[in-house]
Structure formats: structure tokens, C-alpha cells
Design a protein around this ligand. Sequence first.
Ligand SMILES: Cc1cc2nc3c(=O)[nH]c(=O)nc-3n(C[C@H](O)[C@H](O)[C@H](O)COP(=O)(O)OP(=O)(O)OC[C@H]3O[C@@H](n4cnc5c(N)ncnc54)[C@H](O)[C@@H]3O)c2cc1C
Length: 282
Amino acid sequence: MKAPSFQYHRAASVQHGLELIREFAGTGKFMSGGQTLMPMMNLRLAAAEHLIDVGALPELRETREAGRRAFVGGGVTHAMVEDGKVRDPARGLLAHVAAGIAYRSVRNRGTMGGSLAHADPAADWPCALRALDAVVVIRGADGERELPLADFQRGLMETALGEDELLVGVLLPELSPKARWAYRKFCHKVGEFAHSICAVVHDPELRFANVVLGAAADKPVRLANLCDYLAQGMTAGAVGGAQYAGALRKDLTEAAGLDPTTYDYQLHQTIVTRSLAEALQK
Ligand SMILES: Cc1cc2nc3c(=O)[nH]c(=O)nc-3n(C[C@H](O)[C@H](O)[C@H](O)COP(=O)(O)OP(=O)(O)OC[C@H]3O[C@@H](n4cnc5c(N)ncnc54)[C@H](O)[C@@H]3O)c2cc1C
């Protein structure tokens, strides 16, 4: 199947893109890498009369220091991160995540901003960046606003973005040398979306501990009991112990809504446990 006909517009700047989307009032869509939007339009799961291409805008490919945080532009591709063309404030986590997304041809064009805006619960950036307490930077007619990623992704492919707003980038913490992380995902074959993802980030200096599960619910789920345990000094030896098992079960059943008698529960339990064990051994 092919997409219904549409008009293609290449935005000359972020400002121009925002003007175009307002001009087409409700009939336009931004396109970054087109790696999700085009297949969805071909399958007639998404439609737009006007596509506004913001993919190659230098403004959206910018990365810079922003106080104690790092700003990564929404147009940065997965391949740019994988290849180390973007400074990694998360001490290698970003490059590790990028290298595991889809195939190289998808990574060459797909962007961090496009992935966050699409908000697939099984996608990599929403889960990994949630574990970094990322903040999303959004620009619209009324200027710029910042929103924690936790509040940005509202549900299955649903975000806080307005129709005429552009995700211009994300703000990420500069992890300290004491930080440790792990990121694991399970797929039946390389390049497909994950059946389970777990991102663990623990930085005692920044005082944050996050364990986030992806591909289990309608959006990434922060496993609060395990996060608390991690923050309180959980050790690698504690993984598998009674306190660990209790916290894990509570999180998987209550926060992620999983049924302990199912294959999915066993799968997510295994991925979380392996991720935590790996992070704690670092
Ligand atoms: C075969 C295949 C396998 C894949 N496997 C994986 C995988 O394993 N893990 C994974 O995470 N992803 C995977 N993906 C998805 C891929 O990472 C996409 O690149 C990504 O989800 C969307 O990024 P994009 O830049 O291509 O966005 P686009 O396709 O251009 O846009 C996606 C959506 O976001 C909107 N949008 C785009 N940019 C912006 C912006 N700056 N502001 C506001 N709205 C915007 C668009 O209007 C559209 O609704 C796969 C894709 C394919 C085709």
C-alpha cells in the first residue's frame, strides 16, 4: 500500500516550520527521519495533507552544555549518537542504546525527537531517557516550555505535544564518575522492537536511582520500590534475596500491572533482574 497523496515542505528553520504547521491548521505533520511516519502513512494508520520536513535542520542537530545539564537536539539521529558525534553526558549509555535500535539504515535517518514524539511504549529512547530523568524542550507559537519526560508521555503513542508544537530537544543530566548504568532489551530477532526493556541508572552523587521498564505497559514504567531499594544501597548480592523479590513483585504487579502467572511477567522479571545485577556489578 502507498500513502495517500500529500504535499512535502522542507522547513528552512524551526521558526519557518512552526509557521507552516500553523498555516496548515490541523492538516500538517512534522517529519524528522520519516522512519515511523512514512510506514504508518503507507499502512494508512496516519494521515496528513502536508508534511513539514524538519529532519536536517542544523538547529535541531545542536548539542550543547546547558548549565549542569546537556542539551541534545531533537533532530539528532540514532546513528550520530552511536558514532559518538554527540557528546554523551550519560557516560556511554546513549551510544549503547542508539546502537541497539533497529538496523543501521533506520538509525541513519531516525531521530531522538521523532522517537519521543511518536511515544511507542516499546521504543528505546522513551525508556532510556526516562531513566535519566530527561526533560523535553518544546517550542510553539507561545514560545518554549520544558516538561519532564515522565509527564510528556501520557500513554500509548500519546504525548503532551500540541498539534502545532515541535519537540526541539531534550535536557539530560551530566552523570558523575560514580554513576553506573545498565540497559538490556529482549527481542526475538535483532532490529525488531523489544518485548522487554530495562534501563537502570544510579548516580549516588546526583542522588538519583531509576529502574525503568519498557514494553510492558502503555508507556515506560518507573519501578519505584526497586528505585528506593537501589537508592538505599542495594548491593549485587541482594539481587534474588527476599527483599529484592518482594520489591520486584510489587512493582511488576502494581506499577506495570503484570500477572505473575504469565510468560510476560517471567520475561520482564528476568530482564529487570539481569539489568540490576549488571549495573550493581559496575
Ligand atoms: C524496521 C524498523 C525497526 C525499528 N526498530 C526500532 C527499535 O528497535 N527501537 C526503537 O526505539 N525504534 C525503532 N524503530 C523506530 C525508529 O527508531 C524511528 O526512527 C523513530 O521511532 C521515529 O523517529 P523519526 O525521526 O523517523 O520520526 P518520524 O517518523 O519522522 O516521526 C514520527 C512521529 O513523530 C512526529 N515528530 C517527528 N519529529 C518531531 C518533532 N521534532 N517534534 C514533534 N513531532 C515530531 C511526527 O509527526 C510523527 O508523528 C524502528 C523503525 C523501523 C522502520
